[in-house]
Design a protein around this ligand. Structure first.
Ligand code: GDP
Length: 335
């Protein structure tokens, strides 16, 4: 794609053309070498023109009601005058090639709203629970004028913590009254949450709901506080009936305003940009490493040696890294 086309795409995207945004995301998600330069150019241009949005991570186990909640939350935010982008991370498995979301049209009401943009993104085998290009996609959404970006992740593993590197604050969705073993949610996930929402409040009676909320709030006092010594707040809602959403939005706004005022939001964004540099450098190095060694007979030989126990995996890896470092790969020209 030429610079002209990239410029054209950016122009259409910033003018609010959702098809152009979708096309731009497809471009940055492309693994094709030929697309890399245009994709990088597009993301740089998007970063330059984009106005930072409020980025909210929404995490929870499958079936807890995340997509129903996002659909309802999205409409409520639009009614307040916001433009909402949803990056729904579809955990398609590299092994099965399938997806647990594949057979379901998610957030379909929100997806057709003109003030919303819903993009299911594959994790592309990325173990982090977020898409390989979620950072870049957020930048494109911001350039397209979306001021609320909801990033959904699925699952309960440590992986969900990666979303914490991309968002301003995180909402963990749980269900009330399903036992105090915390529904398999690991402590680390709880500690990355700023708000915990007990969804499906309509399914339990008020006494059960209140007890679940109090127990959880109590348990949270034993975890590390998040920013500014704040413990995550437990709220309740029914995404299905649209109950408790305004309280959720109000609390998100309060936390955001607090952090802005304390300079914590800016600090977090700077940290995230630095992390982006490292993540990007690692990716570029790894790609180069794999490419260079793909045809290397020494690599194949070492693999055989490892298989027959003649050398250890760590020693073989060291040998490959040394080879890569001394392979005379010319340093990239200064730009
Ligand atoms: P996800 O896998 O976490 O995205 O969950 P979904 O949003 O797909 O919801 C799973 C199921 O729970 C669906 O059948 C929803 O209709 C239902 N559900 C979601 N929110 C609520 C709620 O607040 N109350 C009740 N009763 N059901 C809900």
């Amino acid at each position: 794609m030429s610079t002209n086309t990239t410029e054209g795409l950016l122009r259409r995207l910033t003018a609010g053309d959702r098809a152009a945004l979708a096309q731009a995301i497809t471009l940055v998600e492309s693994q094709a070498d030929a697309q890399q330069a245009s994709a990088a150019e597009l993301v740089s241009a998007a970063l330059a023109v984009g106005v930072p949005s409020l980025r909210v991570g929404i995490t929870g186990i499958p079936g807890v009601g995340k997509s129903t909640l996002i659909d309802a939350l999205g409409h409520a935010l639009i009614n307040q005058g916001h433009r909402v982008a949803v990056l729904a991370i579809d955990p398609s498995s590299a092994r099965s090639g399938g997806s647990i979301l594949g057979d379901k049209t998610r957030m379909e009401r929100l997806a057709v709203h003109e003030a919303a943009f819903v993009r299911p993104t594959s994790t592309g085998g990325n173990l982090g629970g977020v898409g390989r290009r979620t950072r870049e996609t957020i930048a494109l959404c911001e350039a397209a004028g979306y001021d609320r970006v909801l990033v959904e992740t699925v699952g309960v593993g440590q992986n969900e913590l990666e979303v914490d590197h991309l968002t301003d604050l995180n909402v963990l969705v749980m269900m009330p009254g399903t036992g105090d073993e915390l529904q398999g949610i690991k402590r680390g996930i709880m500690e990355a949450a700023d708000i915990i929402v007990l969804n499906k409040s309509d399914e339990v009676d008020l006494a059960v709901l209140t007890r679940a909320r109090n127990d959880l709030q109590q348990a949270l006092h034993l975890t590390h506080p998040r920013f500014h010594g704040r413990i995550a707040k437990v709220l309740t809602c029914s995404a299905l009936l649209g109950k408790g959403l305004s309280e959720l939005i109000a609390h998100i706004d309060v936390l955001h305003a607090d952090r802005l005022a304390a300079g914590l939001w800016q600090q977090r964004r700077s940290e995230q940009l630095r992390e982006w540099v490292w993540a990007s450098a690692e990716e570029q190095l790894l790609n180069q490493f794999r490419k260079e060694l793909s045809m290397d007979p020494v690599r194949t030989g070492l693999e055989v040696d490892v298989t027959y126990g003649r050398t250890s995996p760590a020693a073989a890896a060291r040998c490959l890294v040394d080879r890569f470092r001394t392979s005379g790969a010319p340093p990239r020209e200064e730009q």
